[in-house]
Design a protein around this ligand. Structure first.
Ligand code: ATR
Length: 269
């Protein structure tokens, strides 16, 4: 059996083992997939050891995406620009390739599963941390009319323009106008908070996406709906989407995300 794992700290709530085990069953690929919690200070030595022990690839989650970027021998263009890696794969020549599949997971969910257009739309993304940095390249590649990036700390939004000059940075309280697509990439919801947005950004045509997911409607999506957003979705589809892209990098076959997403929704409920 080929071995893979997701590496993070903490890791015990990760759904990745369920997702990849379902993908393996669906595609007939013979692999084992575990969740492994690494001590925060020993990423490099532990990953080297595991590759030596025969692991073929890893998913990387917080707080190791930057470490994985620095660890990889080769990087895809999107991983270079994101300065973050969520997938490591041992190539035929033994070199380790780092990629970031989060943006493709997000765009796949938006465009294919939800049927929401990005091209020519006014897009607002909230947050300027690792989660947002990891999806910007792919989001911009879908040609939004404009991409406003708002963050609690304006300086961090402005810094992102070094790598992504196409974005328009903003503070929350400077936002105005109406947006077609609003993506929440802040970690505010993880501690039960909402990003402090002004009223009036949503219309019945606004699509609202929260990059976190939960069993019940997320706090951000509930608020957006109350503010008049027409349709809201959480980040479960993005999670399954990014996993499918990683799986394809490792195994050369793209699994069908739909039945796995349905399985997870049922299990969460
Ligand atoms: P992640 O890897 O999840 O992106 P991160 O790099 O720590 O985590 O970034 C967290 C993001 O959520 C940041 O944009 C942060 O805003 P600041 O840059 O101002 O810190 C944002 N965030 C966290 N808690 C928030 C809150 N209560 N309200 C608004 N934004 C919040």
């Amino acid at each position: 059996m080929d071995r893979y794992a997701v590496l993070g700290h903490p890791i015990k709530h990760s759904l990745s083992p369920v997702i990849h085990t379902a993908f393996a069953r669906q595609t007939g690929e013979a692999l084992e997939y575990e969740a492994i919690e690494l001590p925060v200070t020993s990423f490099e030595t532990r990953v080297w050891q595991m590759f030596r022990d025969g692991y073929r690839g890893f998913n990387i989650t917080a707080p190791f995406k930057q470490d994985a970027h620095d660890f990889a021998d080769d990087l895809t263009e999107r991983a270079k620009r994101a300065r973050a890696v969520n997938t490591l794969v041992k190539q035929a020549d033994g070199r380790i390739l780092g990629d970031t599949t989060d943006g493709e997971g997000l765009v796949f969910d938006l465009e294919t599963l939800l049927n929401w257009r990005i091209a020519d739309r006014n897009v607002l993304i909230l947050g300027a941390g690792g989660a947002v940095r990891g999806v910007l390249e792919t989001l911009l590649s879908r040609n939004p009319a404009n991409l406003v990036l708002a963050n609690r700390t304006l300086a961090k939004a402005e810094e992102l323009t070094d790598d992504f000059p196409e974005i328009s940075p903003s503070a929350f309280d400077e936002l105005s106008g109406r947006f077609d697509l609003v993506i929440n990439g802040t970690s505010a919801g993880l501690s039960g908070n909402l990003p402090p947005l002004p009223d009036g950004l949503f219309t019945p045509d606004t699509h609202c996406y929260d990059m976190i997911y939960s069993k019940n409607e997320t706090a951000f999506n509930r608020w957006a709906r109350e503010q008049g957003a027409g349709q809201c979705a959480d980040g479960l589809g993005m999670l399954v989407g990014q996993a499918a892209v990683s799986f394809e990098l490792w195994r050369g076959v793209r699994p069908d995300t739909v039945p796995v997403l349905e399985q997870l929704r049922a299990e969460l409920a």
